[in-house]
Design a protein around this ligand. Structure first.
Ligand code: HXC
Length: 294
């Protein structure tokens, strides 16, 4: 759907680019000529993805192992990246989330999500922004949020709060940095199944049947999103040809949120045992990730 060299000459950094939606968008950018840098917490995962996508597309991908909760590490990474020239775009994709009753959350559980989504996204954005401003370079930031920035959502309150904060950042900086040639937008995807999110937001078992969105009845278009559709929107948002878009949040969800505001509200039917089962499943997914991180 795009001309082959649409993003030729662009350097794009994708956080959480090793898996899921980050990997999907990276593939899309490479297919139209961009150079992509991906970062993530697990070195082997980002390296394997880089290998795979370079082979598949013939494009150039480099990698950094980083936890975006660490502002100092971000500064170091940015210094290193800027040695090779300024970035053109940043895609804030890395996130953390899990389904839980809010009263079950410890302060550390809240922080685990807020530190990634709210703090980490700001650290990344400001690290790029100040370098763009100092160097007089144009910049483009695209953040992946969710449709619950508009209506909140039960049972994922730390994520909803943090993503709403990212939306406020997008709108605030679109105005503050617009005059300096930096634009910021966000995409709010509906259900695009990925391993990371589904292990934490779609636990299986008897309670699985009670989860909203198990089928696609709630979605006016009656289907989940297809990954290339998200890549197409992200690619469009990277292109200079549409650079008058600034400060927007664009939903790509088949109309789901208009039909089901409140998201996980139906989960009030789950029992205490259901919630214990959900927590155990999510924690075992987290433990597996940690093992891979070493
Ligand atoms: C209650 C939980 C819990 C659960 C973890 N915790 N899971 N509490 N219920 N299900 C608590 C832990 O007990 C601990 O608190 C604290 O959270 C931190 O846990 P850690 O495992 O040490 O955290 P960490 O290793 O930093 O991992 C961060 C994470 C994890 C967010 C918890 O899920 C992660 O790494 N996620 C990355 C991938 C991801 O989440 N992808 C989905 C993004 S989807 P205590 O007090 O016990 O020490 C998304 C929106 C999608 O963002 C929208 C789709 C429509």
């Amino acid at each position: 759907m795009f001309k082959e060299d649409l993003l030729k000459g662009k350097r794009i950094l994708v956080t959480g680019g090793g898996t899921g939606l980050g990997k999907t968008m990276t593939r899309g950018f490479l297919e139209v000529g961009a150079e992509v840098i991906i970062c993530g917490r697990r070195k082997t995962v980002v390296d394997e993805t880089a290998e795979e996508l370079m082979k598949e597309t013939g494009g150039k991908v480099s990698t950094y192992q980083i936890d975006i909760r660490n502002a100092d590490a971000i500064e170091e990474m940015m210094d290193d990246i800027w040695q090779g020239g300024p970035l053109d775009s940043l895609v804030n994709n890395a996130a953390g989330n899990f389904l839980s009753r809010t009263e079950d959350l410890s302060s550390r559980a809240f922080d685990a999500i807020a530190n990634i989504v709210f703090h980490g996204t700001f650290y990344m954005t400001n690290a790029c922004g100040k370098r763009w401003i100092a160097g007089g370079h144009k910049g483009n930031v695209l953040s992946i949020v969710t449709t619950w920035v508009w209506n909140g959502s039960a049972y994922v309150v730390p994520s909803a709060m943090s993503k709403a904060g990212v939306t406020a950042m997008t709108q605030g900086l679109a105005v503050e940095w617009g005059p300096k040639g930096i634009r910021l937008n966000a995409i709010a995807p509906g259900p695009f199944p990925t391993e990371g999110a589904w292990a934490r937001l779609r636990p299986t078992g008897s309670y699985g049947d009670k989860l909203p969105g198990k089928g696609t009845d709630q979605i006016p278009l009656r289907r989940d999103g297809k990954h290339p559709e998200l890549a197409n929107l992200a690619t469009f948002m990277m292109a200079d040809e549409c650079s008058y878009i600034n400060g927007e949040v664009i939903a790509i969800d088949g109309g789901q949120w208009l039909n089901s505001a409140g998201n996980y509200g139906q989960l009030d039917q789950l029992t205490d045992d259901d919630w214990i089962g959900i927590r155990d499943q999510i924690k075992s997914a987290n433990a597996q990730d940690k093992l891979q991180r070493g």
